[in-house]
Design a protein. Structure first.
Length: 300
């Protein structure tokens, strides 16, 4: 007798766990009273394999605890959280201990901003030392990312992560035009991370699959398919101009066709490099993938 097979995911491996749920962060700013039930619904929906952990800033752990206490139906499996520590090494220990002390939470990821005030390399170095001290006790097995600061010393910051267990995190947008790096700047980060064999994640601005201009703000947003393709090209040895061209592509079908040709081995390599991005909307990336034929919506 054969064993029953687990149902096959409708989310292809290239997109599995790609979208971390950043609903409570700008520009979405969804209240926790709405964001938590919505996340639970995502985790039980047909597209659940697309969705990563629920991202929460260290300063909102108290509010999160209150909501978990107040909301019905929240007493089952622990909530998988991605903990965001925006104040660097000094905020790590109290935040990690608070999560560890709450049995309703499971640390599924940790992201910390490099320390400010000194050089970019010093900021990463000091955070890395604190992570080395705390992670074995308080975050064993959880993926950890250090957010590197944009600027002329970016590659020196990446040097401090090379050869270690921590990922790099890069900001790809925000609430102002200046918060969005250009194609060449993002290409430089991607090339630098891949060259150093660093996994990385992105945050902010990747609301849609394809590079576009937001009609409300006029800001040019990077597309997450563009980043996936550029990461694949970087792994193959492409230089900055080719990576920038991939990031500049605005035809979704061109990107979809290129990514559809990836082998299973290439897909695994791309996702080992580009692990996830935070998005305040799960619906928008999902709708884009469906529209491009990269995810098939199952019949109801």
């Amino acid at each position: 007798m054969t064993s029953p097979q687990a149902p096959q995911s409708v989310i292809p491996p290239l997109f599995a766990g790609l979208c971390d749920d950043a609903a409570v962060f700008p520009p979405g700013d969804l209240p926790l009273t709405e964001a938590l039930p919505a996340h639970r619904a995502h985790r039980t929906a047909w597209y659940a394999d697309l969705v990563g952990p629920f991202l929460v800033a260290a300063g909102r752990l108290g509010q999160l605890a209150e909501q978990l206490e107040a909301l019905p139906g929240e007493s089952g499996e622990p909530l998988a959280v991605g903990l965001i520590v925006p104040d660097g090494s000094k905020g790590l220990e109290p935040a990690l201990r608070r999560v560890a002390a709450d049995p309703r939470l499971r640390l599924a990821g940790l992201e910390v901003l490099a320390d400010q005030g000194g050089s970019a390399a010093e900021g990463v170095r000091s955070v890395r030392a604190e992570l080395d001290r705390l992670v074995p006790e308080l975050a064993p097995g959880a993926p950890v990312a250090v957010e590197v600061v944009r600027g002329p010393d970016l590659l020196l910051a990446l040097d401090e992560l090379e050869g270690g267990p921590y990922r790099a995190k890069f900001r790809t947008g925000g609430l102002t035009a200046e918060a969005f790096p250009g194609e060449l700047e993002l290409a430089s980060f991607l090339y630098g991370a891949v060259y150093r064999k660093l996994s990385f994640k992105c945050t902010a601005g990747l609301h849609h699959a394809v590079r576009h201009e937001d009609p409300a703000t006029g800001f040019a947003h990077h597309g997450f398919l563009n980043v996936l393709l550029a990461a694949h090209l970087a792994l193959g040895g492409a230089e900055h101009p080719e990576l920038a061209a991939a990031l500049r592509e605005r035809e979704g079908q061109v990107l979809a066709a290129a990514l559809a040709e990836l082998t299973a081995e290439q897909t695994a390599a791309v996702r080992a490099a580009f692990t996830a991005f935070g998005t305040c909307s799960i619906a928008e990336p999902l709708a884009d993938l469906a529209a491009l034929g990269l995810v098939a919506i199952p019949p109801s």
